[in-house]
Design a protein around this ligand. Structure first.
Ligand SMILES: Cc1cc2nc3c(=O)[nH]c(=O)nc-3n(C[C@H](O)[C@H](O)[C@H](O)COP(=O)(O)OP(=O)(O)OC[C@H]3O[C@@H](n4cnc5c(N)ncnc54)[C@H](O)[C@@H]3O)c2cc1C
Length: 64
């Protein structure tokens, strides 16, 4: 089991990639003060007009 303390953008992406690349069963626990993972200060906006300042593609978080 792996515990990741703080589950904003970075912690959640680490968890996703650990699970994606795991060669066997793996349990990952995210610990954060907020209930919804991946929603750090920049990513929890409720306004659809708040966009990334760059195209999303080059900032991809999963190696292809
Ligand atoms: C307004 C704004 C706009 C941005 N726009 C862009 C952009 O357009 N493009 C770009 O590339 N980057 C942008 N960024 C930068 C981007 O937010 C960061 O690079 C990225 O979100 C950092 O991820 P992180 O996981 O470090 O932090 P976050 O995603 O912010 O996550 C931090 C986590 O820590 C948790 N936490 C904090 N304190 C505690 C505690 N005491 N106990 C438990 N949990 C805790 C929070 O709840 C949160 O889940 C922007 C940042 C801001 C503030």
């Amino acid at each position: 089991m792996i515990a990741i303390i703080v589950a904003g953008l970075s912690g959640t992406l680490v968890a996703a990639n650990l699970l994606r690349l795991a060669s066997g069963p793996l349990r990952v626990v995210l610990i954060d003060r907020r209930l919804q993972p991946g929603r750090g200060v920049a990513d929890r906006t409720l306004f659809p007009d708040h966009l990334l300042n760059v195209p999303g593609g080059p900032h991809g978080c999963v190696r292809r």
